[in-house]
Ligand binder design. Structure first.
Ligand code: SF4
Ligand code: SF4
Length: 241
């Protein structure tokens, strides 16, 4: 995103719209290109009275900022808009999560703080290493991060590591009996992460099984403080993948 200096009248209307405080105002508005995650909020807000906010033609790897930060941008690799797959956003539309397989997502970065891919890689490397040691982690193939990371090492391409995005989501399926081991590993690497991240669990509630309660116990015993939340999906799902 950039500001057309000729048009900008320095009104400051755009400044509060930026979720990462990348816009500053002197006589005219200025965008800090390093901080800007190309989310498009300033442009879409319609805050500028003189149309001085201009969408730039981005080149790789900067395009990733937009793919991971602007929900309206579709990832070229997956054809899916946003940071996670449809399954993540609407919970269980294709029976991906079962009685034995838990959905686990790690959302790295949030509006206000954002993240670089360098931080995300600290988690992907550790998780892939865990997988190679025998823990059956299944990374979601349609997730844009899965497409980017090296499946043998968990490394992300060198040229993208400094790119900043609002957040990136690592999506996995894990058999319930391995959840504690994965969480312990995540807990260990958490101290090295230079941004915020949240853990999301996606379970199927099966009558009489009380999976959610069991899961809460596992999460607590791994040293996390769970905050149960619900999301109701109203719509037409599809069966199978
Ligand atoms: S595109 Fe997003 S991050 Fe960049 S300046 Fe505009 S609001 Fe801020
Ligand atoms: S809203 Fe438009 S005119 Fe006002 S400071 Fe921002 S870019 Fe400049």
């Amino acid at each position: 995103m950039k500001i057309d200096e000729e048009k900008c009248i320095g009104c400051g209307n755009c400044v509060p719209y930026c979720p990462v405080s990348a816009i500053s105002l002197n006589e005219k508005a200025e965008i800090d290109r390093e901080r800007c995650v190309e989310c498009g909020v300033c442009y879409r807000s319609g805050a500028c009275p003189v149309d001085a906010i201009v969408i730039e033609e981005l080149e790789y790897p900067r395009t990733l900022r937009s793919f991971f930060s602007d929900p309206l941008t579709v990832h070229k690799e997956t054809g899916i808009p946003g940071r996670g797959t449809a399954e993540m956003k609407t919970n269980d539309v294709s029976n991906r999560f079962t009685e034995t397989l838990l959905g686990l997502a790690l959302e790295v970065g949030r509006p206000g703080i954002s993240t670089s891919f360098e931080e995300v890689e600290k988690l992907t490397k550790r998780l892939v290493s865990l997988k190679r040691s025998g823990v059956p982690i299944e990374f979601e193939p349609d997730n844009p991060l899965t497409v980017l990371m090296n499946s043998e090492t968990g490394e992300l391409p060198e040229e993208i590591k400094k790119e900043r995005v609002l957040s990136a989501i690592i999506e996995m399926r894990i058999p319930y009996e391995h959840v504690k081991r994965v969480l312990e590993e995540v807990k260990e690497v958490a101290n090295e992460i230079n941004t915020v991240f949240s853990l999301d669990f996606i379970t199927r509630n099966i009558e009489g099984k009380r999976i959610s309660e069991e899961l809460l116990n596992i999460v607590q015993s791994a040293g996390f403080s769970p905050r149960p939340n619900g999301k109701t999906n109203v719509g037409l799902g599809r069966v199978g993948r």
